[in-house]
Design a protein around this ligand. Structure first.
Ligand SMILES: C[S@@+](CC[C@H](N)C(=O)[O-])C[C@H]1O[C@@H](n2cnc3c(N)ncnc32)[C@H](O)[C@@H]1O
Length: 403
């Protein structure tokens, strides 16, 4: 293909959240960032890129011939499709309620593709949190990871090493946004220039940092859920489930710093473990544990930290030797899902109930298929919009073992 202009009718949204369709006169499948189902657009091949990405040839948006009725002006001045614009809130050009509808549709489609259409009817509306209906991503995110070469500070342009200089990031909540602005003001600075062979250094900010002085170079902070309101909802959901359990051992696999572990401890009959690989998370977990222990009767309801690599068979075996059998399991894995599910369920073969918190639909659905194949039945499935203005979605699922 040369530097031609192609007309495309957008039929749906790809996994990356880009509009896809077919070139009118050739029928070739293409994806185009910044487009929405129902639109007709003109697009060109990107500079220096003719490779396919996934099932689609990537094109660049040139002109919108027929816009979606849901289209808005992007609320953030940094947001856009250009090389010097931020691609961090890729759906912010579309009305919020329409984004939510499309997320649910995409989720239902993923269920269908993996042969689990029977789960569709148990999903209610996607949980959303005010004031998001105002169509703005303002003030919702607890955290961000930023890159700097000592001069520019901001996010990387999608799929590149190019730093988009960001003065202010409106998607951050007030605390994180203030910390970012304060730290941003200290640039340019030579001590943040990358070493030979590197494009940038990175730093992480979240709303649990006390001061911009505590920001560290190239150091990952413990995992933190992206939105406080969604996180509170998830904690409540887990508290309620745990309170319905009888006595036994409950394990929060992928515990991070205990964000979802301590809600399980609201049931005093349970013995609780948080299992996690990150040492930074261990420090925060133990910090939370101290204040928790000050409040409760330790002997009745102990909570323990347990370091383990859940991607490693030998580490899972060692874990089962250390903690014994598990009655109730909470899984909140990273996007990769449960990479060692067979080993996990071989070692822990007494699990009665599973709570699953997932942020990547394909791996979550594949993990659920495995649970169903092991004799579990799903009793609840909730979709939570923890990532507004992006294609991502949080999923909560509850499984029970059938006799
Ligand atoms: C989605 S986060 C969930 C954290 C926690 N549930 C929370 O709400 O903050 C996934 C966690 O899994 C941990 N993790 C990633 N790979 C792991 C592995 N191989 N073994 C154990 N934990 C892992 C990460 O460090 C991270 O804390």
């Amino acid at each position: 293909m040369s530097k031609e202009i192609f007309e495309v009718k957008i039929e749906g949204l790809s996994n990356q959240g880009h509009g896809f369709g077919k070139i009118a006169h050739t029928g070739q499948k293409v994806s185009i960032a910044g487009t929405w189902p129902g639109e007709v657009v003109l697009a060109t091949l990107p500079e220096n890129e003719s490779a396919r990405r996934g099932p689609f040839q990537k094109l660049n948006l040139k002109e919108i011939v027929l816009p979606s009725t849901h289209r808005l002006t992007r609320p953030c001045p940094h947001s856009g499709l250009g090389f010097d614009q931020c691609s961090g809130c890729p759906w912010s050009f579309i009305q919020y309620q329409e984004q939510v509808q499309q997320k649910k549709q995409k989720f239902l489609y993923a269920l269908q593709r993996q042969g689990l259409t029977q789960l569709g009817p148990i999903i209610g509306d996607v949980m959303t949190f005010p004031p998001l209906h105002e169509n703005s991503p303002s003030g919702i995110r607890t955290r961000g990871q930023f890159k700097t070469d000592g001069r520019k500070v901001g996010y990387l342009h999608e799929g590149t090493q190019h730093i988009v200089d960001i003065q202010d990031c409106m998607v951050l909540n007030e605390k994180a946004r203030t910390l970012y602005k304060q730290f941003r003001q200290t640039f340019p600075r030579d001590d943040w220039k990358p070493g030979e062979g590197f494009h940038y250094n990175f730093f992480e900010i979240d709303d649990e940092l006390n001061s911009a002085n505590d920001i560290q170079m190239n150091r990952r902070r413990p995992f933190k859920q992206a939105m406080n309101e969604a996180n509170f909802f998830m904690q409540q959901w887990i508290t309620k489930k745990a309170q319905s359990w009888s006595s036994g051992v409950a394990v929060d696999f992928y515990a991070g710093s205990g964000n979802l572990t301590f809600p399980m401890a609201s049931n005093p009959l349970l013995q609780i473990y948080g299992v996690e690989i990150s040492r930074a998370a261990e420090v925060e977990f133990n910090f939370k544990l101290k204040s928790y222990e000050n409040k409760i009767d330790k002997v009745k309801n102990p909570v323990h930290w347990q370091g383990a690599d859940l991607n490693s068979g030998p580490s899972i075996k060692k874990l089962s030797e250390d903690i014994g059998q598990v009655d109730y399991a909470l899984f909140d894995p990273p996007r990769t899902g449960l990479t060692k599910k067979k080993t996990l369920f071989k070692q822990f073969n007494r699990i009665k109930e599973i709570l699953y918190v997932g942020c990547e639909k394909e791996t979550a659905i594949s993990d659920w298929r495995f649970f169903l194949s092991q004799g579990y039945q799903i009793s609840e499935l909730k979709l939570v919009d923890q990532f507004p203005h992006t294609p991502h979605l949080e999923m909560l699922a509850h499984f029970r073992k059938m006799n």
